[in-house]
Design a protein around this ligand. Structure first.
Ligand SMILES: [Zn+2]
Length: 87
């Protein structure tokens, strides 16, 4: 099962657990977490290997095309400490 990274969406509503990134092992078919399992504060899923972002604005901002145009290199975490270069 892939591991997804989450981080607090709102630092005002976060705990030590979600202020730093935390990883959750989930099935690809599971719904993304919306809340921190510790404090219940809102969390967002960080870029995962399937490249899905939960926030549309972030999705367009971090699109491969945009990143490439800005001269960024994007690495996708494939799990197990392996990264794949996509731009
Ligand atoms: Zn929390």
């Amino acid at each position: 099962m892939p591991t997804y990274e989450y981080q607090a969406a709102d630092r005002q509503q976060s705990c030590d657990h979600c202020r730093a990134r935390f990883e959750v092992r989930q099935s690809m078919h599971d719904q993304p977490l919306r809340k921190c399992p510790h404090c219940g504060g809102p969390v967002v899923r960080m870029i995962s290997r399937c490249g899905i972002s939960t926030r549309p604005s972030e999705k367009s901002l971090l699109s491969d095309k945009n990143l490439k145009a800005k001269g960024f290199t994007k690495l996708v975490n494939e799990g197990g400490g392996k990264f794949r270069k996509v731009t």
